[in-house]
Design a protein around this ligand. Structure first.
Ligand code: PFF
Length: 445
């Protein structure tokens, strides 16, 4: 395999990689999408299927992406080209980039709303009166633009510099503040119904689309299926441990998602909200919890600020996947790449922003069983495309690169991996592709 070029950035330590990868994984997927999906799919049953998908599919695919990235030290397209020069598999690299752009376009809209919430807590002297679940005319477009600009700004400076430092302080802070919100939420009268709803597994609620939602949510939350972990893995040095890094990221991300469930649903039930409210769920519920909390205005401001940062470390990884291609393969400057991609993303995201603001005629359109432009985008890119991407990545690594080469890459710095390697190889070669394919096929048939 090629020797890492000194001109390419590298994480300064194994912790640096874990923080950056956890930064990519932890984001709106945990705080906004997980509750929205769990709410839509009936609670405990969804969470059980989700956990099974994280362990059975998420962790294995995580190792697939990191090992391919580190072995080739290249971006998504370059990595495939390095393993299978001139083959059609290159299309998988382009699909990864397209998916990144698709997700970035509506993800930044939601992140913009989080930014707007944070601002409205601060400017109102910590007691906002506005309805945060339905932002005012046009403001969603403005905040969407601002958030995207922030992402462009960070990626222009290079991923390694900022993120490692920020994540070290802000992640523990996020955990602390979530713990405080959970405690307050659990003390609300009627909160018990939410806890029961989270823990009770009603098997009659598990349908095919529950399983697709849960599987895709696992990929989405772990940033898998579109080359983000591949690209981050490519900045990993040949001394660092892929297995433990990957396992840490999966554990941390899953813990935050479950905590988010316990943060939202007791309050949803206590305040009589509809768990299946969809993408606006958390924006309706959380302000009520903050209002009930001592010093809730400040807690709200800090919380929304931290979620903004968590979202930013995720959008940065989405943009980085596309940027790395134009910089490495096309010889563009970083600046030029991020500005061009940022502009295109803004145009693609506009309809989502107008939909989320509730001022577009297309917030009623229905397609593939979803209603509203943003939900449809989320279904296409966040569900279908990540599932297809993960499936193809498994097939590529198992059958084209060779599952043994992948295993050797992981085992080279993690001798303990040899013991579980057979299980992982079998999963990546057979189980994961068959499971993902079966779930996707039953959906269209
Ligand atoms: N994992 C991020 C989240 O949970 O918010 C979203 C995401 C980032 C998905 C990067 C995919 C990705 F490549």
């Amino acid at each position: 395999m090629s020797v890492p070029q000194p001109s390419r950035g590298q994480w300064s330590s194994q912790l640096g990689f874990i923080l950056a990868a956890a930064g990519s994984a932890v984001g709106l997927g945990n705080i906004w999408r997980f509750p929205y999906m769990a709410g839509k799919n009936g609670g405990g049953a969804f969470i059980l299927v989700y956990l099974l998908c994280v362990i059975g599919l998420g962790l294995p695919v995580m190792l697939v992406e990191i090992s391919l990235g580190r072995a080739t030290q290249k971006n998504a397209v370059g990595a495939i080209e390095a393993v299978a020069p001139g083959s059609r598999w290159k299309a998988l690299g382009y699909l990864a980039m397209l998916t990144g752009l698709g997700i970035l376009s509506y993800y930044s809209v939601i992140a913009g709303r989080v930014l707007a919430c944070c601002e409205s807590y601060v400017v109102s002297g910590f007691s906002p009166t506005a309805d945060l679940a339905s932002a005012g005319l046009g403001s969603d477009v403005v905040y969407f633009f601002v958030f995207l600009a922030l992402t462009v700004f960070v990626v222009a400076g290079g991923v390694q510099r900022g993120i490692e430092r920020w994540a070290k302080v802000l992640m523990p802070m996020l955990l602390l503040i979530m713990a405080a919100i959970i405690v307050r939420g659990l003390m609300l009268p009627g909160a018990g119904a939410g806890v029961r709803w989270l823990l009770e597994v009603d098997f009659s609620k598990i349908h095919l689309d529950t399983i697709l939602d849960a599987m895709a949510q696992a990929f989405f939350s772990l940033s898998l299926g579109m080359g983000a972990m591949l690209t981050y893995g490519s900045y990993l040095s040949k001394r660092q441990n892929i297995l433990t890094s990957g396992a840490w990221v999966v554990t941390f991300d899953t813990a935050i998602a479950i905590l988010a469930g316990f943060m939202i649903f007791p309050a949803v039930f206590a305040f009589g909200h509809d768990p299946a409210a969809g993408p606006a769920l958390i924006f309706g519920v959380l302000p009520e919890v903050f209002r009930a909390m001592f010093g809730g205005g400040v807690v709200g401001a800090v919380f929304f600020f931290l979620i903004c940062v968590a979202a930013l470390t995720s959008t940065v990884s989405l943009l980085e996947v596309i940027t790395a291609y134009f910089v490495d393969e096309r010889g563009w400057s970083r600046r030029r790449a991020v500005l061009a991609i940022g502009a295109v993303t803004f145009l693609v995201g506009l309809p989502s922003a107008l939909d989320f603001a509730g001022i577009a005629p297309w917030n009623r359109i229905a397609f593939l069983g979803q209603t509203g432009f943003l939900s449809i985008m989320d279904f296409i890119w966040g569900n279908l495309s990540l599932a297809v991407g993960s499936l193809l990545l498994c097939l590529f690594v198992a059958w084209v690169w060779g599952i043994r080469n992948a295993s050797d890459e992981i085992a080279s710095t993690s001798p303990a991996f040899r013991k579980i390697a057979p299980v992982w190889q079998f999963t990546v070669t057979w189980v994961a592709p068959a499971a993902i394919l079966a779930i996707l096929l039953t959906l269209v048939l």
